[in-house]
Design a protein around this ligand. Structure first.
Ligand SMILES: NC(=O)c1ccc[n+]([C@@H]2O[C@H](COP(=O)([O-])OP(=O)(O)OC[C@H]3O[C@@H](n4cnc5c(N)ncnc54)[C@H](O)[C@@H]3O)[C@@H](O)[C@H]2O)c1
Length: 270
């Protein structure tokens, strides 16, 4: 479990914007050395310029959907700052649309960015963290959308449900070998970030096939939490080794509704 942050090293993906940017600021404020990774080279450059006075920040342009690039990120982090103590698999993209509107290239893209990034992060970083033998933490950013499902958000929701399953298993796998590495699942509700400003999908892939849902979520998150508060909750949870990070209770009822449905179905079958 990672209880001390000063002088330790963090790798944060999606670090150029929103929650990842706030996690980066929070890690630097706590005296950590940070490798900030993102696909957006311009925004990473801005981040580097904003922190030009510190030697504790290094940037690495990375496509998290690439196993090879995550391996290069792990190499870069260890060459730059030594052992990694905190890995935040945070980069993610949004979508809106009915399930039947999304084709195979869309699915390859969203599963690559939101799910395979987390698996590749585990594959490339965790064996090195175990070998390092030091206290560590992994934070995977899911969403409250990993606990319930919403119409027109099926693809995004599917990826976040997968992040929940992967993270919970990773936590148990590490505990089974007594590794001193905690796993936390960050489940934000609405957070004020630009995630619904642009459809980041590659040419020929449409992530937003339902403008009404897209705009309603854009409005919802516009009134959401400050990313800095989410980052603060996250560091508090890391220091306590907590798995669940629920910064905003606003959507918990939706998760409870689902669990009640399961209990009622189980009751009916006895
Ligand atoms: N904002 C919210 O309301 C909210 C709620 C729940 C969960 N989340 C999750 O939080 C995480 C961060 O989202 P955010 O709201 O800060 O969004 P954001 O758009 O502000 O930041 C996401 C960052 O990920 C980067 N990115 C996208 N594709 C990438 C790739 N292939 N490789 C590397 N980087 C890539 C983007 O360039 C961007 O800088 C995501 O996983 C998102 O699903 C956000």
């Amino acid at each position: 479990m990672l209880t001390e942050f000063e002088g330790r090293t963090a790798v944060i993906t999606g670090a150029a914007s929103g929650i990842g940017l706030a996690l980066t600021d929070a890690a630097l404020e706590r005296g950590m050395k940070v490798v900030a990774a993102d696909l957006n080279a311009d925004a990473l450059g801005n981040l580097e310029r904003a922190h030009r006075a510190t030697k504790n920040l290094a940037i690495c342009v990375t496509d998290v959907s690439s196993h090879t690039e995550i391996g290069k990120l792990a190499d870069f982090a260890s060459e730059t700052f030594g052992d990694v103590h905190l890995l935040c698999n945070n980069a993610g993209v949004a979508s809106a649309g009915r399930l039947w509107d999304h084709g195979p290239d869309f699915w390859k893209w969203i599963l690559g960015v939101n799910v395979l990034s987390v698996v590749y992060g585990a594959h490339q970083f965790v064996p090195r963290m175990i070998a390092g033998g030091q206290a560590g933490a992994i934070v995977n950013t899911a969403s409250m959308g990993c606990l319930f499902s919403a119409a027109n958000m099926g693809a995004y929701g599917a990826t976040k449900h997968a992040v929940l399953a992967i993270s919970d298993t990773l936590r148990q796998d590490l505990a089974a070998i007594n590794a001193p590495i905690s796993v936390s699942l960050l489940c934000p509700g609405p957070v004020r970030t630009p995630i619904f400003d642009d459809d980041l999908s590659p040419d020929g892939v449409e992530a937003n096939t339902d403008e009404q849902t897209w705009q309603s979520y854009r409005k919802l998150i516009g009134a959401g939490m400050d990313p800095a508060d989410v980052a603060s909750c996250t560091f508090d949870a890391i220091a306590k080794g907590e798995f669940w990070i629920i910064p905003d209770v606003g959507m918990v009822d939706l998760a409870i509704d689902r669990h009640n449905q399961v209990l009622e179905a189980a009751d009916r079958s006895v």
